[in-house]
Design a protein around this ligand. Structure first.
Ligand code: PXL
Length: 286
């Protein structure tokens, strides 16, 4: 086990969906297990996520977000990273921008997961103009983690289904980096039907990276949040972008495989919990 005296801290700005394993119920356990403190700024409390489950409750917490930010600032809390995910409104996008402005330092990391769509479709609570707002938040990030549907929305381009060509992926990565973030991790990338993974781009070195695993049949909810939480955990444990992406792809794929084998309802999230021991080995924490 690494000798670590300094505990890094992340501000996680997401909703709390009580059931369904996504957003805070995924970010908190994964990042904490990776030896990093997590402070939660909840954007809303829902009974479940909104993907394929009807009748969910939705308690919007927009009014609490500025007072929470103000209180944290008064306590002089510092964050090594700020990680935003699902945001329910334009006003929340503005509040998160203000949060970045208040808590950004010369060496912390701002990661925006522009959660709003998948498989060519916006999540049903969003209108198409939400993508413009999300783009303006991504402009303020150091690293963004869109899937290919979100990338198309951010670039105001039509969604292209896969398999993809290397030229398409590299072009997409470079255009996303022109929005502002110096690092891009694009998920849902595949060149062949039997694989799935992620592509990375770093402006400083102008380098692209890829990492693929064997595709597991089915569609699974919350995998973007599992992936981004694992990616951030690896980055904060000092792995580089390509290594962190590989660790996050493997952790997500292992979690999907457990879910596939268990044959649980695909809407109920992935079984990441029992993959945590292997994840910690990859992070060289145990
Ligand atoms: O996993 C993304 C996500 C987060 N939060 C809520 C969602 C979704 C995706 O559907 O509905 C509330």
């Amino acid at each position: 086990m690494k000798n670590k005296t300094y505990l890094k801290r992340v501000a996680a700005i997401h909703d709390l969906s009580g059931f369904g394993k996504c957003s805070l119920t995924v970010a908190l356990p994964i990042i904490s297990a990776a030896g990093i403190e997590v402070s939660a700024l909840p954007t809303a409390v829902l009974s479940t996520h909104t993907g394929g489950i009807d009748g969910y409750t939705y308690r919007d917490l927009t009014e609490d977000m500025r007072p929470i930010t103000k209180h944290w600032k008064s306590l002089d809390i510092r964050f090594d990273a700020i990680y935003s995910g699902f945001l329910g409104s334009f006003e929340q996008l503005d509040i998160v921008k203000e949060f970045f402005h208040q808590f950004r330092t010369d060496n912390n990391l701002i990661l925006v997961d522009p959660v709003m769509a998948d498989n060519g479709e916006l999540y049903k609570i969003f209108t198409p103009d939400f993508a413009k707002g999300m783009r303006s938040l991504c402009e303020k990030a150091d690293i963004i983690v869109p899937n290919l549907t979100e990338a198309a929305l951010l670039l105001d381009e039509p969604y292209q289904p896969g398999p993809y060509t290397q030229a398409y992926i590299e072009n997409t990565l470079k255009k996303l980096s022109k929005l502002g973030p110096k690092k891009i991790v694009l998920t849902g990338v595949y060149f062949k039907e039997d694989e799935l993974g992620a592509a990375t781009y770093e402006t400083a070195s102008n380098t692209t990276g890829y990492f693929f695993v064997k595709r597991i049949p089915g569609y699974y909810h919350g995998t973007g949040d599992v992936f981004a939480s694992a990616l951030l955990s690896a980055l904060l444990n000092n792995f580089n972008l390509v290594e962190s992406t590989a660790i996050a792809v493997r952790f997500t794929a292992n979690s999907i495989l457990r879910t596939y084998k268990a044959q649980t309802d695909y809407r109920f999230g992935v079984d990441f919990e029992q993959c945590i021991p292997d994840f910690l080995k990859e992070l060289k924490l145990v």
